[in-house]
Design a protein. Structure first.
Length: 484
């Protein structure tokens, strides 16, 4: 018997509006498109602008396996929407077997046939959950698979289940003391031919050794170490990779001169001179003018010369030259705030202020209709010249309260984040999306959709952070997304 599936339109994002005309009918098809108007029609009565209904769609003519259900709508002007689809699977209704389990058998690696494995008696029961001690003495060292199956009172055998395991030799216990150790570099000279290390007779070796690397050339090397016990048995080696480098040059000559330059190197001694006292190291503050530089990003380089007439390598720092900020002496007379969406200058919620600057705590209520999730609080001020400031913003989060709506919102998935072209929205089957909107960091709504959809195209948006606000049939959710 095949299962009969009930499909919820809201799960497929088929809610579509066409040029603001009412939707008159829906057609669907499975797997292969028969052509516009040739699918199985569902009449919509009365005609609606947005489709949000449940339909029972029979699957009795379909084979067992995976299928795709496609849907599209036709409006009163005869225009047909793009289709949307959902993948589903048809399988047999599982058989119900009430016979009790009466026997269990197991075997290793190869199936000897039903009833020919190693038998374990099973008390009559509908299910089995027991521990068995199974010997593996007869198995060779290596990897094996243990298979289990059961037989019921109707003399029917189950499918087997199995577990892979590995049998290994029991570890050898060595009680002989370590009597000798040797090391070598890079190439093994043979057992006993390395450089000897004197060790006391011990069961285990945990000491520090000073090993000379004077004979090694500059570069990367490996040191190998192994030990021998009183039974004249050598261990496997252990090794460590290391690098030999030149000893650092110690320069005792004093610093006698320093110079700096911007962006391009004029050559040793041709930079702008800085007077310094003869010192072994330089740790001073200097005031360096940037008035000759254009507005923009620059790099300042500095180097020193010692009494041996040797110049150091340069050090550098990147910095930016910008215009002096304009100083506005007009007093602040108004302040306002808004959450997420900018209603326009002067139309936000007013704040009570006093003085020419604001440095106080403001309590902003978040109860009421604000949705669960991420939000931005924006604040701006206006002075006596009628000029509004740029706003400052602060991210905050509204936690969900215990309840069905909060539980449903926690099951909504938005991915991938960050995204470049599309953002997917996955909802539980019983949750219907009423609308979605995207808000940029300036509080502007840049996209608004009144449909049940599973994917939003953001390829035409600027890079940055946005708020995605989703309204469902029960509640609403606000989440940050990032456009790459």
């Amino acid at each position: 018997m095949k299962a009969l599936y009930t499909f919820l339109i809201g799960c497929f994002c088929v809610g579509v509006t066409l040029a603001q005309s009412d939707i008159a009918s829906v057609e669907y098809f499975f797997d292969t498109d028969p052509g516009l108007g040739n699918g199985i029609s569902i009449d919509i009565d009365p005609d609606v602008e947005l489709l949000d209904q449940n339909f029972n769609i029979p699957t009795t003519g379909l084979d067992q396996g995976t299928h795709r259900l496609f849907m599209r709508v036709v409006n009163v002007d005869g225009l047909t929407s793009m289709y949307n689809y959902k993948t589903f699977r048809i399988s047999d209704v599982p058989d119900t077997n009430s016979a009790s389990l009466v026997e269990t058998e197991f075997f290793f690696n190869s199936d000897p046939g039903f009833g020919n494995g190693y038998t374990r008696v099973t008390n009559n029961s509908n299910s089995m959950n027991r521990n068995f001690n199974i010997t593996i003495d007869g198995l060779p060292v290596g990897t094996h698979r243990l298979f289990f199956r059961t037989k019921n009172s109707d003399n029917e055998w189950s499918m087997y289940t199995y577990k892979t395991f590995r049998k290994s030799d029991a570890p050898i216990t060595n009680s002989a003391d370590i009597v000798e150790a040797e090391y070598y570099f890079n190439t093994d000279p043979g057992l006993g031919n390395g450089t000897n290390i004197d060790v006391a007779d011990v069961a285990s070796l945990d000491e520090s050794f000073n090993i000379s690397t004077a004979s090694l050339p500059i570069g990367t090397h490996r040191m190998f170490l192994r030990v021998k016990n009183s039974d004249n048995t050598w261990s496997l080696y252990d090794h460590k990779t290391f690098r030999v480098s030149d000893a650092p040059i110690t320069n005792s000559a004093d610093i006698v001169e320093a110079e700096y330059y911007f962006n391009s190197d004029p050559g040793l001694g041709n930079g702008t001179h800085i007077d310094v006292s003869d010192v072994a190291s330089l740790d001073e503050n200097f005031s360096i003018p940037t008035s000759s530089l254009n507005i923009g990003t620059h790099r300042m380089f500095m180097r020193v010369k010692n009494s041996d007439n040797s110049w150091s390598m340069y050090d550098n720092k990147t910095f930016r030259v910008s215009d002096l900020p304009e100083i506005n002496t007009a007093s602040i007379i108004t302040a306002e705030y808004f959450i997420d969406v900018d209603p326009g200058f002067g139309n936000a919620t007013s704040l009570t202020i006093s003085g020419d600057d604001i440095d106080e705590n403001v309590i902003v209520p978040t109860s009421g209709s604000i949705s669960q999730g991420d939000h931005y609080l924006h604040i701006r001020v206006q002075n006596t010249d009628g000029t509004w400031s740029l706003y400052d913003r602060q991210l905050f989060e509204i936690d969900g309260t215990l309840g069905v709506a909060s539980e449903e919102l926690s099951e909504i998935s938005i991915y991938p984040i960050p995204a470049s072209d599309y953002v997917n929205i996955k909802t539980p089957n019983h949750v219907q999306i009423k609308s979605i909107r995207l808000i940029d960091m300036n509080g502007k709504i840049v996209m608004q959709v009144q449909d049940q959809i599973e994917k939003i195209n953001i390829s035409n948006l600027q890079q940055g952070v946005y708020l995605m606000q989703i309204t469902t049939n029960n509640s609403s959710l606000s989440k940050r997304i990032i456009k790459n």
